[in-house]
Design a protein around this ligand. Structure first.
Ligand code: IMP
Ligand code: MG
Length: 182
């Protein structure tokens, strides 16, 4: 096996585990929305782009993809409540069956902000699909489709980054504490 990059402490989720779970989530979503005309997947950039790309290719129901980008004040490992909209959707979502696709829920502020923002645009329905949830006290945000619960550490890979590094690894790994605390 290739050795891990020195920034990384250990692999938390292997490529095989992730791929199997993403396929299962897509099957669940396809079954739940079997009678819908189409669903509207909204990926939150940048972190969710790889998850969304894999998820949507396993769907067996009609779907549309769009993106939003938000930024939260504060850096890796810190908690911040302030979320700012950086890039909005191209089109209205009125009367659409919307699923927000997010990489990770930590404090929950980001997902809570997006959920509230999109609810105000009157979609036919609104759910959330999140790859990772950290095991710790978070805001009460509803996660309808969850990939994995992970320990409260900084993780990278499969879309997740640290200062834009390690984002395209096929697995999810824990970042060494010295890297984000230096
Ligand atoms: P929250 O608002 O605290 O829930 O943070 C959510 C956002 O912070 C996610 O959309 C990620 O962009 C980022 N984030 C939180 N934890 C991690 C992590 O461990 N690795 C990479 N990004 C993270
Ligand atoms: Mg994100």
């Amino acid at each position: 096996m290739k050795s891990l990059h020195p920034d990384l402490a250990r692999v938390i989720l292997s490529e095989t585990e992730i791929q199997a779970r993403v396929k299962a989530l897509a099957e669940q979503i396809s079954a739940d929305y079997a009678s819908a005309e189409r669903i509207y997947l909204i990926g939150i950039l940048k972190g969710a782009f790889i998850f969304l790309a894999d998820l949507c290719r396993h769907l067996t129901i009609p779907h549309t993809v769009d993106f939003m980008s938000v930024s939260s004040y504060g850096k890796a490992g810190s908690i911040s409540g302030a979320v700012r909209l950086m890039l909005d959707l191209r089109d209205p979502i009125l009367d659409e069956h919307v699923i927000i696709v997010e990489d990770i829920v930590d404090s929950g502020h980001t997902l809570d902000y997006i959920n509230h923002t999109l609810k105000g645009r009157n979609p036919a329905s609104l759910r959330t699909c999140v790859l990772l949830e950290k095991k710790r006290e978070s805001l009460e945000v509803p996660i309808d489709y969850l990939g994995f619960t992970i320990p409260d550490v900084w993780v990278v890979g499969y879309g997740l980054d640290f200062a834009d590094t390690h984002r395209t690894l096929p697995f999810v790994a824990e970042l060494n504490r010295q890297v984000y605390q230096r």
